[in-house]
Unconditional design. Structure first.
Length: 428
């Protein structure tokens, strides 16, 4: 099969995958909206007396509104991908870039920066609408235009500071020979490991304020829990999440001496000391069940496969022409290869989403089980229901949508695994 045939096959395969992936997203999203709206007026019997009708309606309306925006965003994103690739957008940008700046490593880095900046600008209206439209409408947004603008600027500067050296390294390595992808992966792996230390200690505090958990019953219970679990960490922190949102959450982050458990200040305002202890036990469970290590190893393994695939595709002319870009036979196509790969990979990755989601839900079940062993299962159940209610999370998601997208199991499944009838945690 000659290069022309391979190019046409590549174009057809990519177009078909983009169409199928977009159709799948739309089908699942419409199923979710229809299912949630169908159950809007009736609280499931298992939650009767625990979740009020008004809270249930709010969750249905919020879920439907978010999903509608996601559907429009999916269509917009597909159009953008099509414009960059088969409609020649990247070819046009690269041509202008080459005419002005040539084809050296610096010009290649500039092309990557231009692509990234344009992508951020295209997504900005969606971020604005979600924050000041959707989230404000349902009473969750607490960010101001000034804070939002500051976050965007910080993110842009941070992305440039972190990604520019990594991109420059990859571009330089791509000039060294056929095994450049292996060395590039080693650089990426080192960067990923470094970020697990740098992010919680240096980057996150640039956006939020983190303070040690104050003295009191919550801290006393937390320290006792850590001792029971044999878990040592740098500290327990409270984050000022209420500056931007009324949503409540908690998370585990970092490795080695940088590992920490972070509680949103909104969570402290919603839950009592026993419930917070159970939530902390859940987060510790992720570490004790080695979920952090497993996810890191999977990320490194998948990135190795991704770099190997990129190394192979970058040397095939049909890969470029099949995605709407005519390679420069005399110059460097390194930046174009990185951009085209970054556009194509998510299109095909959509079909693997259920595998990652299912694996994540299993980890959540395991962390819940660990929390039930080292704290009060009823307290965890009531904490989960309180967070579902206060975050307006629907109790009646579409089963297919759950299988495909949900990283956390629905409320009824989590309570059933804990051995709790849904109506038991009366404090929710």
């Amino acid at each position: 099969m000659n290069a022309l045939h391979l190019s046409l096959l590549c174009s057809a395969g990519f177009a078909a995958a983009l169409l199928l992936a977009t159709a799948l997203r739309l089908w699942l999203g419409l199923r979710q909206i229809r299912h949630v709206r169908l159950h809007r007026e009736h609280v499931p019997q298992a939650f009767a007396g625990v979740i009020g009708v008004e809270a249930h309606r709010k969750a249905a309306d919020y879920t439907s509104a978010r999903q509608r925006q996601d559907l429009w965003h999916a269509l917009f994103s597909a159009a953008v991908v099509l414009a960059w690739t088969l409609l020649g957008g990247l070819q046009l940008l690269a041509g202008l870039n080459a005419a002005w700046f040539g084809g050296g490593v610096g010009a290649q880095l500039l092309l990557l920066a231009e692509f990234g900046l344009l992508g951020a600008l295209l997504d900005l209206p969606w971020d604005i609408w979600r924050t000041f439209g959707l989230e404000s409408r349902f009473g969750f947004n607490r960010s101001t235009p000034a804070l939002f603008a500051a976050d965007q600027l910080k993110g842009l500067l941070l992305g440039a500071a972190l990604m520019a050296p990594l991109a420059l390294l990859v571009l330089w390595l791509m000039r060294l020979g056929p095994l450049w992808w292996l060395w590039a992966w080693a650089g990426f792996a080192g960067f990923s490991l470094a970020m697990m230390v740098i992010f919680p200690t240096w980057i996150a505090p640039w956006f939020n304020r983190f303070e040690p958990l104050p003295d009191g019953e919550v801290k006393t219970r937390a320290q006792a829990l850590m001792q029971r679990c044999g878990f040592a960490l740098q500290g327990l922190y409270v984050m000022d999440g209420s500056r931007r949102s009324a949503h409540a959450n908690a998370y585990f982050t970092g490795i080695g001496s940088a590992r920490r458990v972070v509680l949103f200040d909104t969570l402290l305002g919603q839950l009592d000391a026993q419930q917070i202890e159970a939530v902390l036990a859940h987060e510790v469970g992720h570490y004790k069940r080695r979920h952090i290590q497993q996810r890191l190893l999977l990320t490194l393994a998948m990135s190795l496969g991704g770099f190997a695939l990129l190394g192979w595709l970058a040397s095939r002319s049909w890969f470029y022409s099949g995605l709407g870009f005519e390679p420069d036979l005399l110059g460097s196509n390194a930046a174009a290869a990185l951009i085209l790969f970054s556009l194509a990979l998510p299109v095909f990755g959509v079909f693997l989403t259920p595998l990652g989601s299912g694996w994540s839900r299993r980890h959540e079940f395991e962390a819940d089980a660990y929390a039930a062993e080292h704290s009060d299962a009823r307290a965890l159940g009531s904490a989960l229901l309180r967070m579902y209610r206060d975050n307006a999370s629907t109790l009646t998601p579409d089963p297919w949508f759950v299988r495909f997208y949900y990283s956390h199991p629905p409320a009824l499944q989590r309570l059933a695994r804990l051995g709790l009838p849904a109506a038991a945690p009366a404090t929710a």
